[in-house]
Design a protein around this ligand. Sequence first.
Ligand code: NCC
Length: 277
Amino acid sequence: DSFEEQYYPSTCLVMEAGVRVLRRKDAPFNKLPFGRLFPRQKLFRNIKDIKTCAIVSSAGSLAGSKLGRFIDTHDIVMRFNHAPTQGHEVDVGSKTTIRVVNSQVVTKPEFDFTHAPIFRNVTIAAWDPGKYNGTLEDWLTSADYDLFTNYEIYRRRYPKSRAFLIDPHSVWRLWQSLQMFAGNRPISRNPPSSGFIGLALLLPHCPQVDFVEYVPSTRLNGRCHYYSKEMNSACTFGSWHPLAAEKLMALDMNMAEDDDMSVFQFGILRIRRPDKL
Ligand code: NCC
């Protein structure tokens, strides 16, 4: 085993899932008109210049954190779904490079995916799990929410946009990595949350990822999101997504040099990419 595999097996497991966006050359999209909607560009420009990335969870306990300035110092900032920055800059920052969005957000009219300014001028990585063991052809007709219609509208309206679809097979491979980490405690056969998918998607592009308020900090306040008043601990500890298993695995990936202080006091996990895989 390499040095990394011996010391950071969980990080390696997440890397090995190979979470990725679909490309034009991928079968069956290379033979389908739909595949020509995929951007020719890479997920990120100037990948050699990327040194640090921040992933901002949507957790309610980000409220009052004052982590905005810290978050904005990163080269790449990832956010989720329709989580706003406006009005919350002090706590969550104002920079957004990429949004990972689930297929409900792409589909449901209240989010207005094809028009809302929050989804413009940022990279989009949209995902839908489809059926476990389903083919990509199946997925096109049996996605949990039909994200394809609005994806097509969006791409035609904004041809220069960097809006990608995440390979659903890679989402299920990530689920398998999670199951492997959980060992003999079976996890529910539901896909990981956008947060964990985002981590796995970003890590291959970034030597150091700071994941903010994913493992809950001492600010824990019972709120679902920092941008709403809804109280719901299931948002933090999980109900449908295998969120608790994800967070245990992410905590196992933490490499902050100090001690547990930064994780629980500041709510920041620091995850380094194993470079010698
Ligand atoms: O709530 P959601 O997640 O948009 O949050 C994004 C990611 O932040 C992390 N999170 C969030 C809240 C919290 N208290 N603790 C956290 O750690 C999680 O990693 C989460 O993935 C999703 O994953 O896409 C999810 O989306 C929502 C919802 O569809 C969208 O917000 C749109 O309204 C789901 N909620 C429902 O379906 C009711 C949620 O289960 C998963």
